[in-house]
Write a protein that binds this ligand. Structure first.
Ligand code: ZN
Length: 142
């Protein structure tokens, strides 16, 4: 049974909503996510095509395959998105209590600074393992 979650950026100009099944969180420790957010990038798993974004959202092309959404008023991070199919991973921090999600997986753990390490027995993927998991998507973008 899915449920609707609603959130907003820091200033409230951008509102977001989506449907989630079991609320689960992912965190990416890659250098680009860390520069963009100053932390790991925490996103929440949503059902495909259930995401709605309203307000002054903009996006920045951050690589050959990805784009990153932000509020043009307050700069809050909104999403990490794929250019080839428009899919988006919404920032968990937009939602109250991060959507109530539990941490399921970490990506690029070998890029995670020592001071950012997370405890827990969730799945932890290295750069090699993360790249292997997403290589087909990157291939599709070319
Ligand atoms: Zn804002």
């Amino acid at each position: 049974m899915s449920k609707d979650i609603k959130g907003q950026c820091l200033c409230g100009a951008v509102t977001v909503s989506a449907k989630v099944d079991k609320p689960r969180l992912r965190v990416c420790h890659c250098d680009m996510c860390r520069q963009h957010t100053s932390g790991g990038f925490y996103s929440i798993e949503t059902l495909p095509d259930s995401i709605n974004v309203a307000g002054p959202a903009q996006s920045f092309i951050s690589s050959d395959w990805a784009e990153r959404g932000f509020c043009s008023t307050c700069g809050s991070t909104l999403w990490y998105g794929m250019q080839h199919d428009g899919s988006r991973n919404l920032a968990a921090g937009l939602f109250p209590d991060a959507g109530g999600g539990v941490l399921k997986i970490e990506f690029f753990t070998d890029m995670c600074p020592a001071g950012y390490r997370l405890a827990g027995d969730h799945k932890k993927l290295s750069t090699e393992e993360t790249t292997a998991m997403f290589a087909p998507f990157e291939g599709d973008a070319k």
